[in-house]
Design a protein around this ligand. Structure first.
Ligand code: GLA
Length: 393
């Protein structure tokens, strides 16, 4: 929906008049550094053009009415009691954000809101982080205005509010990557984020002649959340084991590859050892990828993407037949430099680095092979890399 179509839809729903404002927050694609964020490691995501746009108008009471453009119902939220909205089919992420903002001392202002989401729901491109960050930005902005605070909203705080909403209200123990990318993205840049202290560098994506292709398995992500939490627990166990011989480490990603090789036998559980191997090697791959990108060495970058996927498939075991089929079929095509899953896994999307001239061929031939093998089609997106959360003026 264009911005003017969204405003029209808003007035059709809630009636005309007053000041209607628009806020936007994007989804993300992670280029490399998977399942490292909650281990205090490095990630390398970029914000997409797809995301959540909110049209809103202030109300004079303590009530929020909100609706999504693609869902039938208007959800009403009472700002004086935010506890009862955890089981909403849609609107629970927003309620979680409101709850965290309130605990953080923000003054919540009643609003009518219309959400337009262009990301595939649950597709691994951070559709929930986009909703969280956009919602946090709206209400932090209105709170600052109500209190006469002139400084712009701190976007890293918005990312942290979004993450806490997901951890505490929704019950998914996610790391900070998705919300950080949605809040802090920059046009044509990827974010090199150190998750241990949230320091970051914006790295230009010099991609002349190359493109990123995102492919969605369209697999329903059944047990994804419980499997995600299980991986976190396995990393915790590996960390505790390694700490007995490496007492100075504060995170699993503080372990170098050589220390891991020397001490991996203290991890008695073979599965847990492989989980740790993925995390330690993946963290090193992020640094190498950034060096490759800075040197304009796209071939090496692509090889590191491939190694990342193989490690997520064989050692971390979060891929599955759908993601592995997309990646295997994509890698067959000349002009493809690298292809890997992106995000949590268990379904969701892949990201591919390819010569721009072969993108159409990739989409056509991978689309055909995937549907033949899996039985339903994949979707493909060629997204530009855009800015993080902001008010549209
Ligand atoms: C999900 C989580 C992130 C991160 C990735 C895996 O997207 O929300 O915090 O852990 O999975 O890298």
């Amino acid at each position: 929906m264009t911005n003017s179509e969204l405003i029209q839809a808003f007035t059709d729903l809630y009636g005309p008049g007053g000041e209607i404002r628009l806020f936007h927050s994007p989804g993300r694609v992670n280029l490399i550094g998977e399942h490292t964020d909650y281990n205090g490691g490095y990630v390398f995501p970029a914000a997409l053009s797809m995301g959540t746009t909110i049209a809103l108008r202030k109300r004079t009471d303590h009530v929020i009415r909100m609706k999504a453009t693609d869902l039938p119902d208007v959800v009403t939220i009472d700002l004086d009691d935010l506890s009862g909205y955890k089981d909403l089919f849609w609107g629970n992420y927003q309620a979680g954000v409101l709850d965290e903002l309130q605990q953080d001392g923000h003054t919540l202002v009643g609003c009518d809101m219309l959400y337009d989401d262009t990301l595939p729901h649950g597709g691994g491109l951070s559709s929930s982080a986009a909703i969280e960050v956009a919602t946090a930005l709206v209400f932090a902005t209105l709170s600052n205005e109500a209190k006469g605070i002139k400084e712009p909203v701190n976007m890293i705080d918005m990312a942290l509010i979004g993450q806490r909403a997901e951890n505490n209200y929704i019950g998914v123990n996610c790391g900070i990557m998705d919300q950080f990318a949605s809040a802090m993205g920059k046009e044509n840049h990827a974010i090199f984020l150190r998750c241990s202290d949230l320091s970051y560098d914006l790295i230009p994506l010099q991609m002349e002649g190359y493109s990123l292709i995102i492919a969605n398995t369209n697999k329903k992500r059944g047990l994804a959340d419980s499997k995600y939490n299980e991986r976190r627990a396995e990393c915790e166990e590996a960390f505790k084991n390694l700490q007995t011989v490496l007492p100075t480490i504060e995170n699993l990603t503080d372990v170098s590859i050589s220390d891991f090789e020397a001490h991996q036998n203290v991890i008695k559980n073979e599965t847990v050892r492989r989980r740790a191997k993925h995390v330690v090697t993946e963290n090193a791959r992020v640094l190498k990828s950034i060096e490759a990108l800075k040197a304009g060495d796209m071939t090496s970058f692509g090889e590191l993407m491939n190694a990342s996927h193989d490690s997520l498939r064989d050692d971390y075991e979060v891929t599955g037949i759908e993601l592995d089929t997309l990646v295997a079929e994509t890698r067959k095509i000349p002009g493809v430099l690298g292809s890997r899953m992106t995000g949590a896994g268990f379904g969701g999307c892949t990201v591919t680095l390819a010569k721009t001239e072969v993108c159409e061929a990739v989409i056509k031939s991978v689309g055909k092979a995937y549907e033949e093998k899996i039985g339903y089609p994949a979707s493909f997106y060629l997204s530009s890399i855009e800015d993080g959360g902001h008010e549209i003026r």
